[in-house]
Design a protein around this ligand. Structure first.
Ligand code: BES
Ligand code: MN
Ligand code: ZN
Length: 480
């Protein structure tokens, strides 16, 4: 949690005080009762100023706070928002459950509003925990008392809304299948919408029969072998005066990916195959809470692909909502089947701009690893705009191609209009080209492959094990 104060002297607190210190900085301004002593220590080279270095100093009752933590900020000339975030990563419950931070000392040449925003985002992100099913809960609660004379209220509020939405996205992805099926996700979405308590948001949930009436047979094909009914989740958020030019956010909602009859030999972590769905719900929550002026539809085809005697088989042919036929080469290429129908639905509902987000291909993980999201699109201006947003949020994103050759390959079936797999070559691009095949001529479309970035089993940067909530912030920023 966070609280804002004008002046740290107004907080009668014994809790640790946090300040930032640049390399070669000689002066500090905590309080005249202690400044000199600390400056002596700096002069003697006792305090380390390398980026993120944490120095712990007792104050021997010279000031109320019993401890001062000095956080190294590195070279002042090289200081950026990214450097600030790296320093902030080390501010956590290990320093104390309640901390008083003098934000201005972390500013350097950066804007205080930007610093405040990123303080919230980063410290919230790195203090996330998932302990829903642990008997012994993780106690890492942290109250940060932020001190600055400048007005940062709006930034803090905006950041907090996004940070909480990202927590919710991470919780959904971390929740195992036996606690979150397609029906469960639809219930969550309904509860989320009513909790937002805004007449600008409307939700409709379609059951199996209603999905059949919509002729979403590619989506239904994936669900055929499951004992759990599918759900189509459709939310509209009207942030503008008029309902026009809605951007459709389509999230892959495979609640569990077994591979189907093309069964996965190792399917661990495939509870995360609904990360795209969780992401678009997180984006919607952030937009509504921050009253962003944008019109958005959220569309999720939620199902798992467990198998029984009814299940989809390789060689089967499915007919998508738009009448196009698809030869099933691998039942494990299921995400694109549900996404094909989802983008058809979005266009039928009047969207001319679609962003889909999906844990779509292992090939994207091979190409870009676990810290870079793959981006595809049919409109280079939109791609460029999106890359700019990703640059600002520092969520690494890289554009990958769809070429004519790849387009031909997804249309190379002898028996149907499309094939659902191009095999090992062009994995990520082939999947993208397949979805593109269901995008109408005048529709602008972006596709994000988060197979590598949505879930980290061996975190490299001290982020909590599992779901990352990647792209919630970037899509929010892009739409804003
Ligand atoms: N959900 C997987 C992709 C995935 C892989 C997500 C690793 C997260 C981590 C997707 O449905 C899948 O199985 N893709 C296949 C496609 C292939 C059969 C054409 C893949 O990538 O192997
Ligand atoms: Mn699959
Ligand atoms: Zn999948």
């Amino acid at each position: 949690m966070f609280e804002i104060y004008q002046d740290f002297e107004e907080i009668v607190s014994e809790k640790p005080l946090l300040i930032g210190l640049f390399e070669k900085q000689e002066k500090i301004e905590i309080n005249e009762k202690i400044n000199k002593e600390v400056e002596e220590l700096i002069k003697d080279g006792i305090i380390k100023t390398g980026l993120g270095e944490v120095n712990k100093l007792p104050t021997f009752s010279k000031i109320k706070n019993k401890i001062v933590y000095i956080i190294g900020l590195g070279k002042k000339e090289e200081y950026t928002i990214n450097k600030f975030k790296q320093a902030v990563k080390n501010i956590n419950y290990k320093l104390g459950s309640e901390l008083v931070i003098l934000l201005d000392t972390f500013k350097g040449a950066l804007g205080i509003k930007e610093v405040a925003f990123n303080l919230i985002m980063t410290s919230h992100y790195f203090n996330y925990k998932y302990d829903e099913f642990l008997s012994k809960k993780i106690d890492n609660d942290l109250l940060l008392k932020i001190c600055t004379k400048e007005d940062i209220k709006e930034e803090i509020e905006e950041a907090l809304n996004i940070a909480v939405a990202i927590d919710n996205t991470r919780d959904l992805v971390n929740r195992p299948y036996n606690y979150l099926s397609a029906i469960g996700l639809a219930e969550y979405a309904s509860e989320l919408v009513s909790s937002l308590d805004s007449d600008r948001v409307k939700i409709a949930i379609y059951n199996k029969k209603e999905i059949e009436e919509l002729k979403m047979n590619a989506f239904l094909g994936v669900n055929k072998g499951s004992t759990c009914e599918p759900r189509l989740i459709y939310i509209k958020y009207q942030g503008l005066e008029e309902w026009k030019n809605p951007v459709a956010l389509v999230g892959k909602g495979i609640m569990y990916d077994t591979g189907g009859y093309s069964i996965k030999t190792s399917m661990n972590t495939m509870k995360d195959d609904m990360a795209g769905a969780a992401t678009v719900l997180g984006v919607m929550e952030s937009l509504v809470k921050n009253k962003v002026k944008a019109n958005v539809m959220v569309i999720i085809c939620a199902t798992d692909n467990r198998i029984n005697g009814e299940a989809l088989l390789p060689d089967d042919i499915l007919t998508a909502m738009n009448g196009k036929t698809i030869e099933i080469v691998s039942t494990d290429a299921e995400g694109r089947l549900t996404l094909a129908d989802a983008v058809c639905f979005a266009q039928k509902e009047g969207s001319k701009e679609i962003i889909d987000i999906a844990t779509l291909t292992g090939a994207c993980v091979v190409a870009l690893g676990e810290y870079t999201t793959g981006l595809f699109g049919n409109d280079q201006n939109k791609v460029t705009e999106f890359l700019k947003a990703a640059d600002e949020t520092e969520e690494s994103t890289w554009q990958l191609p769809i070429t004519e050759h790849i387009r031909e390959q997804v249309r190379s079936s002898k028996v149907a209009d499309f094939t659902n797999s191009t095999g090992r070559p062009m994995g990520a691009s082939g999947a993208a080209a397949f979805i593109e095949g269901f995008i109408e001529e005048k529709t602008k479309w972006l596709h994000l492959d988060i197979a590598g970035t949505a879930y980290h089993t061996s975190p490299s940067y001290k982020e909590f094990y599992g779901a990352t909530g990647v792209m919630v912030h970037t899509i929010y920023r892009y739409l804003k």
